[in-house]
Design a protein around this ligand. Structure first.
Ligand code: CAA
Ligand code: FAD
Length: 388
């Protein structure tokens, strides 16, 4: 029902990308959505397809095997994938906006030359920050890092929890504490290959995004070459949160995609469904609900693309990113809930493909910072802007 994004400055290239991703999502992902949700497992063909389509190194330079696209291009991809399946969307989101971006922005040339081509071509990445006792309070992590006696390695010990993509990943960005006496200024970031000794443990069973793997990841005396430190020692906390500022725009886009996907399916159904001798979409009560949802989706989409463009233009975007994620997750939940109601009993069944959007929407208020954390961020920035 909507045309291209209504915000100005979506380039022709970005729109072509949107069309290509839409085709891929409809042809390759859609037929597998229900079975992956049931099996709680990502189909490897989809991961392979994402790499083949050039969707796993969207902002990476061509020299490093990427598509040299814009941040907005990444956002478009995440939104389009989420219209069809939020699990595929988050797989692509974490890989691009968190993992690739850490390497592109903070890693040495050596690490970029080594890992970016692999990450663009075939190796899936994970971002390991959260731990059993540090979620919102992420900088209170216990996973430790210490230099080996010969000074050639960093040695990692600890457990990360709820790590997206970890069942399929071969590459991990890991945050670890090297000197607790320095508080969060003791945290460093590392590029870790699976075969350096990473152990994938318990896989969570979840309400939504069930095809996306979420596992505990253990590090037991994992030796990482010294050159795999990303950026400066003790600057890991800044890398983590600056990357999450960007990642939150991605989650906003995922939420807009979920809302739009549920909306499109439900409104089409309401046109076909007849009661009292006419289409249920012809009742004004239904039309007003549909109109409200359309406004919410449009508002959320504008927040997302506004934050993305601000980031690209080098303007402050932390507050806008938090707003996009907060509001996107709220409307994804309300619109997908309404979508079920618009479809009546059918909407409540697994077969309809509608209830899955509602289940998938719930994670938006939790990962990459809960809604309260986004509100805290927004409040601090508003307070600062007002000079209070
Ligand atoms: N942008 C930039 N810097 C920020 C920042 C932000 N949004 N928030 C905090 N900082 C900086 C501060 O400036 C300060 O640094 P300096 O001393 O250098 O100035 C430092 O961080 C500590 O600040 P606070 O004392 O305010 O921070 P805190 O310890 O109370 O909490 C936080 C900081 C951990 C970042 C918290 O605000 C937060 O965002 N928690 C949520 C964690 C999160 O998002 N986890 C996501 C895991 S990944 C994931 O979830 C992926 C997925 O599912 C798909
Ligand atoms: P808690 O921090 O324990 O929060 C519990 C409640 O307390 C929430 O309502 C929260 O809003 C509230 N609260 C906490 N602190 C405050 C405060 N200061 N003010 C007000 N309210 C507060 N992490 C990764 O590192 N990498 C991943 O790939 C990843 N993927 C994930 C995938 C899934 C499916 C899930 C469920 C989680 C994932 N996470 C990942 C972890 C995720 O980022 C955390 O779950 C999230 O940051 C919240 O932390 P927590 O679960 O410990 O909740």
């Amino acid at each position: 029902p909507f045309g291209p994004n209504s915000l100005a400055k979506v380039t022709e290239e970005e729109e072509m990308l949107r069309d290509a991703v839409r085709r891929f999502a409809e042809e390759v992902i859609q037929p597998r959505v229900e079975s992956m949700d049931e099996a709680e497992k990502m189909d490897p063909e989809i991961i392979k397809g994402l790499f083949e389509q050039g969707l796993m190194g969207i902002e990476t330079s061509e020299e490093h095997g990427g598509a040299a696209g814009s941040f907005t291009a990444a956002i478009i991809v995440i939104e389009e994938l989420a219209k069809v399946d939020a699990s595929v969307s988050v797989l692509c989101d974490v890989h691009n906006t968190l993992v690739d971006t850490v390497i592109r922005k903070y890693a040495s040339k050596h690490l970029q030359d080594k890992y970016l081509p692999q990450l663009s071509e075939s190796k899936l990445g994970s971002f390991c920050l959260s731990e059993p006792s540090s979620g919102s309070d992420a900088f209170a992590m216990k996973t430790s890092c210490r230099k080996s006696d010969d000074g050639k390695h960093w040695v990692l010990n600890g457990s990360k929890m709820w790590i997206t993509n970890s069942a399929e990943a071969e590459f991990f960005i890991v945050f670890a504490q090297g000197d607790p006496s320095k508080g969060y200024k003791g945290i460093s970031a590392f590029a870790v290959e699976k075969d350096m000794g990473v152990e994938i443990a318990k896989k969570e069973k979840k309400l939504g995004i069930r095809a996306s793997s979420t596992c505990t990841v253990n590090f037991d005396e994992v030796k990482v070459p010294v050159e795999n430190l990303i950026g400066e020692e003790g600057k890991g906390y800044k890398i983590a949160i600056e990357i999450l500022n960007e990642g939150r725009v991605g989650i906003g886009a995922q939420m807009v995609g979920i809302a739009q996907g549920a909306f499109d399916k439900a409104v089409r159904y309401a046109y076909e469904r007849k009661q009292f001798g006419k289409s249920v979409a012809s009742f004004q009560g239904m039309q007003f609900q549909i109109a409200e949802a359309a406004v919410q989706i449009e508002a959320a989409r504008n927040l997302v693309y506004n934050a993305a463009r601000r980031k690209e233009e080098g303007r402050p975007f932390t507050k806008e990113a938090a707003m996009a994620k907060l509001y996107g997750s709220q409307i994804a939940e309300s619109v997908s809930s309404l979508a079920i109601e618009l479809c009546g009993g059918i909407g409540f069944t697994r077969e309809s493909g509608i209830e899955k959007y509602y289940r998938d929407s719930k994670i938006g208020a939790i990962y990459e910072g809960t809604s309260n954390i986004q509100k805290q961020t927004i409040f601090k920035l508003v307070e600062g802007e007002m000079g209070l």
